[in-house]
Design a protein around this ligand. Structure first.
Ligand code: PGA
Length: 244
């Protein structure tokens, strides 16, 4: 199993000056052995953030377009984010799915485009509150997985982030046993298909310094995807080092 991955999804936050201030502080905090850290800044900061990274740290894109290039005003390809220093790319984040109408078929194309370009995609999956209350969580999550991963060769390298939509940015974190149940189902699904042999399963949704250690100690949780609490370096560092 590769190292635990703790990822910072900055979403649409930070200018260049703010990123510089962040890393001025971040680099005074001790580097964390045994855990990998990945930063997902806005596209405009990818080059800059890549240059700030220490060993054990990586950069990733929050999104990409599925085409290699073309007449797609405002879009950015997998090769472009790779060129800007990315190792990872988030694909199918719930804000992309729910605010920008990305459906499973589109997410699958982006996932394949990321792999073909040599990136390691992190497929984001997760149910809405309505779907959870209707008892459809596993069906929904495994369906999202099937749509993106179903046709892939077994050698493809990727990670998966389980982010219940109702937990993102709401302060309502999933109970560890709920995360464990979904993660176990994802692992079993991957194993059955012989896919994602080295895939890490990240939990995301209202991760904070005070719940990170319990989540990281949960069965089949191999990392965290952190939004709001990754925007302050000291707070994010407390999450990265939680339970150590
Ligand atoms: P949050 O966001 O930590 O602010 O809930 C997580 C995410 O959207 O990846």
């Amino acid at each position: 199993m590769p190292r635990t991955l703790v990822a910072a999804n900055w979403k649409m936050y930070k200018t260049s000056a703010e990123a510089r201030t962040y890393f001025d502080t971040w680099r005074t905090l001790p580097a964390v052995a045994g855990r990998e850290v990945a930063f997902f800044p806005p596209y405009t900061l990818l080059h800059e953030v890549s240059a700030y990274l220490r060993p054990g740290e990586a950069a990733g894109a929050q999104n990409l377009h599925e085409a290699p290039e073309g007449v797609f005003t405002g879009e950015v390809s997998a090769a472009m984010v790779l060129d800007a220093g990315c190792v990872y790319a988030l694909v199918g984040h719930s804000e992309r799915r729910h605010l920008f109408g990305e459906r499973d078929e589109r997410v699958a194309k982006k996932f394949t485009a990321a792999l073909n370009a040599g990136l390691r995609p992190i497929l984001c999956v997760g149910e809405t509150l309505e779907e959870r209350e209707a008892g459809r969580t596993l069906q929904l999550v495994l369906g999202q997985l099937q749509a993106a991963v179903g046709m892939l060769p077994p050698t493809a390298g990727f990670d998966v982030a389980y982010e219940p939509v109702w937990a993102i940015g709401t302060g309502k974190v999933a109970r560890c046993e709920d995360a464990a149940e979904v993660h176990a189902a994802i692992l079993e699904w991957l194993k059955k298909r012989g896919a994602g042999k080295d895939a890490r399963l990240l939990y995301g949704g209202s991760v904070k310094p005070d719940n990170a250690a319990d989540l990281l100690a949960t069965e089949a949780v191999h990392g965290l995807l952190v939004g709001g609490a990754s925007l302050q370096p000291e707070e994010f560092h407390r999450i990265v080092t939680a339970g150590l």
